[in-house]
Design a binder for this molecule. Structure first.
Ligand code: NAP
Length: 233
């Protein structure tokens, strides 16, 4: 059985997505940084894991290559890792180190996952790539409206990557689906305890995209989704 790779699978939205997909019978492999937390999460789900700091792009590339060599093309690639940028990270106040940290984790490592695992999925003409983006990365609504520059711009980059790749792979007609989601403010370590949504609610759209029936002549892929609906980029 082809595996389901979930980055950021050790906690928060990634863990909840992995938990739900495992319960539906998927063979899940978790990727995150902290080995102890990953071990605990993987033991809880009864699945495999790989620990890697996704800011280290050489190690990230080697990890995704090893996963591909070991398991073959995944059926699902759920990209749910991410970091928030520091509070004082307006464009004119942030530092190059902070910019590079957030871009490496939130965008460069996403590119590597898609470039290595997604390429094999495209070759297999089968698979779904679902990426946790953020409404803060939109070019409309609450997005790119100032502040948290590395975070917002990294997520705008993720949105552009998804749209561009969807065009390159002809919007699902060749068997590869690729979509971005805005989970909305969810109670995780990143979202904080006062966020409006539970992890079950925040992960719902990703799980739905992973499991929905898809007919390329009727259904849509290559978009930004919120609460199972397409929203403007
Ligand atoms: N929560 C929200 O309100 C919200 C809203 C909009 C968008 N999002 C997006 O949804 C996604 C999931 O967010 P979340 O709230 O679940 O975040 P979270 O609870 O903070 O979890 C983040 C996950 O990313 C992993 N991670 C972070 N830095 C890493 C690194 N350098 N290398 C490897 N793994 C790393 C963490 O692994 P470790 O445990 O090993 O650190 C953890 O599994 C993110 O992309 C976020 O931007 C969240």
């Amino acid at each position: 059985m082809a595996i389901t790779v979930v980055t950021g699978g050790s906690r928060g939205l990634g863990f909840e997505t992995a938990r739900a997909l495992k319960a539906l019978g998927h063979e899940v492999l978790l990727v995150a940084r902290d080995p102890a937390r990953l071990h605990e999460a993987a033991t809880q789900l009864g699945c495999e894991y790989r620990a890697v700091d996704l800011q280290d792009l050489d190690a990230t590339k080697a990890t995704f290559e090893e996963i591909l060599a070991t398991y073959g093309a995944p059926e699902l690639l759920i990209i749910a890792h991410g970091v928030m940028s520091e509070k004082m990270s307006k464009t004119l106040r942030t530092t190059l180190d902070e910019w590079r940290r957030v871009m490496a984790i939130n965008l460069d490592s996403v590119f590597l996952a898609v470039n290595i695992l997604g390429a094999a999925m495209a070759e297999a003409r089968s698979g779904r790539i679902i990426i946790y983006s953020a409404c803060l990365g939109r070019m409309s609504g609450p997005g790119n409206a100032g502040g948290l520059a590395p975070y917002r711009i990294s997520k705008a980059g993720v949105n552009a990557l998804v749209r561009n790749l969807a065009h390159e792979t002809n919007h699902g007609t060749r068997g590869l689906l690729v979509d971005a989601i805005c989970p909305n403010h969810t109670r995780t370590d990143m979202g904080g305890p006062d966020a409006a949504l539970s992890v079950e609610e925040g992960a719902d759209t990703a799980i739905w995209l992973a499991t929905r029936p898809f007919d390329p002549t009727v259904d849509k892929t290559g978009f930004l989704w919120e609460e199972r609906q397409i929203i403007e980029w």
